[in-house]
Design a protein around this ligand. Structure first.
Ligand code: NGO
Length: 539
């Protein structure tokens, strides 16, 4: 009986397992009588402060209502809880605190929660999330989700009880910028795959998705003034696949989908290097006026826009203007890494001319840390991707007043293999097991860089070796949630020995969600939850 209920989830989970080598047989777990209640302190990322109330629990019932001062967040919570509970969970928008059920309130939170934090109070009759903004409420909802049994993630009705431990959480992020990057250029990923990754990062309270929209192998965003970028430059990828690009309507849809999850998309057009897809689309962008062949390999550093041709700047300005018009967020990322076929002088000439276009379009410049060679512009962010802890261009960026976004390649690059045996990924920055990804403090990682200069942490996922959603998930899970904790949680709340247990308890949730994850031997993976769905590998 239970089995029949849970078969769709089992099938979905099995189908989602992809190329990344999780070729195991699955069986339905035996059902324990009552699912254990998740402790308030077991959330990932770790909350800033937790006060359990022992002996107190709140249980969702068929009669529970959601009263929300944010219609969007109230609806998002109901949409999350209805499928597995089967309860109607009506959402009402009246103000004030009800005497029972769930309340999402935009007042009354502890001052310390700031603009993105929240306060969660759980008593026997009432579960309240308070925040100063809908973003804060949304993050509180992500916490509530993890306090319910893993079967809450199923999209078919499951057996309860749906019980939450009593007490209080007061929580806020350590960093304002908590990002993931997806390289959609080396291999193109369609709208549905990007939306699924947005859902996955939102669960761990990330608030930025950086899309690497152009590189040698493919140009992925339609530009009206230069249409061949998409139709020609977008028609290739690494290997012999067909590539692809986002129309403006699709991109706008992605931006809105992310915004509904309190995530901002930061678009990147990489330049002056990493530009073969543009150069092959328009002969006039080349210094010799000859378009090179499309490129589908994985070398870097061989292409460059023509720094001394005027048309280059017309091109860049028009591209950035159109991109800015699609971007509600503050940042446009102009790349600037690995310009190995551009001299240092030409690099500075190029960047010093291009950066003001971003400001003129009403946006703020982001670039890989080599951008520190060029002049500072207001609010500029340099994204550090080195494998050491000091670098001349990084030092120049800091000295000029840039904010630093931390993506050290030997810690945060989700495209590095976990071990020698990982079937996907690269190794140039090292092997990155979960403990390596987790075990560093963003506040003190770079000697000589003041903690106040650190804007946040971003986990890039480059796609030279990745073709499918299952591939993305296998590299991102469990390292993306680990890095999300560096970006959100105070250093004092972080510790590998307790983290690995909390992380292990996420595994059953991912199984229910059909997420293909790497079962790192460093992590004590939780046995599949209650009565249900859940599945554990047998062989
Ligand atoms: C480097 C390089 C990318 C590669 C990536 C692979 C940066 C900023 N530039 O990171 O082109 O795809 O490594 O790990």
């Amino acid at each position: 009986m239970e089995d029949a209920v849970h078969r769709p989830a089992l099938l979905a989970a099995a189908l989602a397992l992809g190329a990344a080598g999780v070729g195991v047989a699955w069986t339905v777990a035996a059902a324990p009588a009552v699912a254990a209640v998740v402790n308030l302190q077991d959330v990932v990322p770790a909350p800033a402060s937790v006060q359990p109330a022992s002996g107190v629990t709140f249980t969702l019932t068929a009669g529970t209502g959601i009263q929300s001062e944010s219609t969007d967040v109230g609806d998002a919570l109901a949409a999350l809880l209805r499928p597995a509970t089967g309860y109607p969970l009506p959402v009402t928008t009246g103000g004030g605190t009800p005497s029972s059920g769930i309340a999402l309130l935009l007042s009354g939170a502890d001052d310390s929660v700031g603009t993105e934090g929240y306060q969660l109070d759980v008593t026997a009759s009432l579960l309240t999330i308070r925040a100063q903004t809908p973003a804060g409420l949304y993050h509180g909802v992500q916490t509530l989700r993890q306090l319910l049994p893993p079967t809450i993630e199923a999209r078919t009705v499951q057996r309860g009880p749906w019980t939450v431990a009593g007490g209080r959480i007061i929580d806020r992020p350590r960093y304002a910028y908590r990002g993931a990057m997806l390289d959609v250029s080396r291999h193109f990923f369609g709208v549905d795959t990007v939306k699924r990754y947005i859902d996955e990062i939102a669960q761990y309270k990330l608030n930025v998705l950086h899309l690497h929209l152009s590189d040698d192998q493919g140009w992925r965003i339609a530009v009206d003034a230069w249409p061949r970028l998409a139709t020609v430059g977008g028609s290739t990828q690494v290997g012999d696949g067909a590539g692809g690009y986002y129309t403006k309507a699709q991109y706008t849809d992605l931006v809105a989908y992310a915004a509904a999850r309190h995530i901002t998309i930061v678009p990147e057009i990489d330049m002056p290097g990493h530009t073969n897809a543009a150069l092959t689309s328009y002969a006039e962008l080349n210094c010799d006026g000859v378009a090179p062949a499309p490129y589908t390999g994985t070398e870097v550093g061989f292409s460059s826009l023509c720094v001394h041709k005027e048309v280059t700047y017309t091109f860049v300005q028009q591209v950035l203007d159109e991109l800015a018009a699609l971007t509600p967020g503050a940042y446009l990322h102009v790349g600037g890494d690995e310009a190995h076929s551009t001299s240092d002088t030409d690099y500075r000439t190029f960047m010093n001319r291009v950066q003001p276009y971003v400001g003129a379009a009403g946006k703020t410049v982001m670039g890989w840390h080599q951008i520190g060679q060029a002049d500072h512009t207001a609010g500029r962010v340099a994204q550090f991707w080195g494998t050491g802890t000091s670098d001349a261009d990084l030092g120049a960026a800091v000295a000029k007043g840039d904010k630093i976004l931390l993506s050290p390649a030997n810690k945060t690059y989700l495209d590095m293999k976990y071990t020698d045996a990982t079937p996907l990924g690269l190794t140039w920055a090292g092997l990155i097991e979960v403990e390596t990804a987790y075990g560093w403090d963003p506040g003190s990682y770079l000697p000589g860089v003041p903690a106040a200069a650190i804007l946040g942490v971003e986990a890039p996922l480059w796609s030279e070796t990745l073709r499918t959603l299952a591939d993305i998930e296998f590299m991102a899970f469990p390292r993306m949630p680990a890095l999300a904790e560096l970006a959100w949680s105070p250093q004092s709340a972080r510790d590998w020995d307790t983290f690995k247990v909390r992380l292990g308890a996420q595994g059953p949730r991912w199984t229910v969600q059909g997420i293909n994850f790497y079962r790192s031997p460093q992590v004590p993976w939780g046995t599949p939850p209650s009565a249900s769905v859940v599945l554990h590998p047998t062989g």
